[in-house]
Design a protein around this ligand. Structure first.
Ligand code: ZN
Ligand code: ZN
Length: 256
C-alpha cells in the first residue's frame, strides 16, 4: 500500500487540490450501481466465484465488492474489473491483489521497494506478473508472483505469437508496451452461446468454481438503495452518517 502512495506522489496529477487529511474523500464517489451499469453496458458479466480454501472474511469481502461490479471477460480468459480497481486509479483496492488473496490464498505482500538482488545483481524483489501482459487483469490464472527479473524477462515476449521468454508459467499472449494502443479484445457476453460452459472451462478448477449471475440480479437492491439514499438525504444527517447507516442496514440484510 505504501508503495502505491509513493508512486502517486511522483506523478503529475492535477485533479484536485487535496489536504493530506482528506485524501480518500476528495473525488465524488460514483455508487456501485452506476459503475455496475457502465460495466454491463460495455458487455461485462456478473460472476460469483467460490474457492474451496476458505479465505478470511476481509479477503472475501474485498473480493465480493469488486465482483459485484462485474468483469469484462476476454476470450483469452482475462478478468477485467471496473477501472476503479486498476493499479493506477488511486484504488484502495487493486483488482489483481485482491484476486491473489482470494484465489491463491496468500497476502500479495510485494516488497518492491525493498531492494534485493541475487548473486548476479539481478533484481529479485517480489513482483506481480501478468501472463497476459494486461496489467488490469485479475484472473487468478494469469497473475504470478515472482522475482522482478522474471517479470522483466517477460517483456518483449512472443514476437511470433508464442511465448519465447522461457519464464514459467509461460505467457499466454504477446507482450505489448503500456503505451501501445492494442486492439479491443473480444469479450464473452451474456449473448455468447454456451456461455456457462465456456466460463466453466475457462475458470473452473478442482478448487475454484464460477457462477454466472443474471444481469439484473442487483436491480431491486439498487432501486431500494437509491430510494433509501434519497429519503435519508432529506433528513438532517450528514452524508457520512448516511453512508454508515446504509452500510449497517446492508450488513443486516446480508446476514439474513
Ligand atoms: Zn489476463
Ligand atoms: Zn513469455
Amino acid at each position: 500500500m505504501k508503495r502505491r502512495r509513493k508512486d502517486e506522489s511522483n506523478t503529475s496529477e492535477s485533479e484536485s487540490v487535496e489536504s493530506p487529511m482528506k485524501k480518500q474523500k476528495q473525488n465524488p464517489k460514483r455508487d456501485e450501481a452506476t459503475i455496475r451499469n457502465e460495466m454491463l453496458d460495455r458487455g461485462a458479466l456478473l460472476l460469483k466465484f467460490s474457492v474451496t480454501k476458505k479465505p478470511s472474511q476481509k479477503v472475501k469481502d474485498d473480493w465480493r465488492i469488486i465482483e459485484r461490479k462485474g468483469f469484462l471477460v476476454t476470450t483469452l480468459g482475462c478478468l477485467i474489473p471496473a477501472s476503479t480497481y486498476f493499479f493506477k486509479a488511486r484504488a484502495k483496492k487493486v483488482g489483481y491483489d485482491c484476486a491473489y488473496s482470494f484465489f491463491i490464498g496468500e497476502e500479495p505482500r510485494r516488497q518492491e521497494m525493498k531492494k534485493s538482488t541475487n548473486q548476479f545483481g539481478w533484481d529479485t524483489a517480489d513482483s506481480m506478473s501478468h501472463r497476459c501482459h494486461r496489467n488490469q487483469c485479475a484472473s487468478f490464472l494469469h497473475i504470478v508472483r515472482e522475482p522482478r527479473w522474471k517479470n522483466w524477462k517477460r517483456n518483449y515476449c512472443g514476437y511470433d505469437g508464442r511465448c519465447d521468454c522461457g519464464v514459467e508459467p509461460s505467457c499466454v499472449s504477446r507482450y505489448y508496451p503500456d503505451h501501445f494502443q492494442r486492439d479491443e479484445p473480444s469479450y464473452l457476453t451474456y449473448e455468447t452461446k454456451g456461455l456457462k460452459k465456456k466460463l466453466d472451462e475457462m475458470f473452473g478448477t478442482e478448487n475454484i468454481s464460477v457462477k454466472l449471475l443474471p444481469r439484473d440480479i442487483y436491480v431491486n437492491e439498487d432501486t431500494k438503495r437509491a430510494a433509501r439514499m434519497k429519503r435519508i438525504k432529506g433528513s438532517s444527517n450528514t452524508l457520512k452518517e448516511t453512508k454508515k447507516k446504509l452500510k449497517r442496514k446492508e450488513a443486516k440484510t446480508e446476514a439474513k
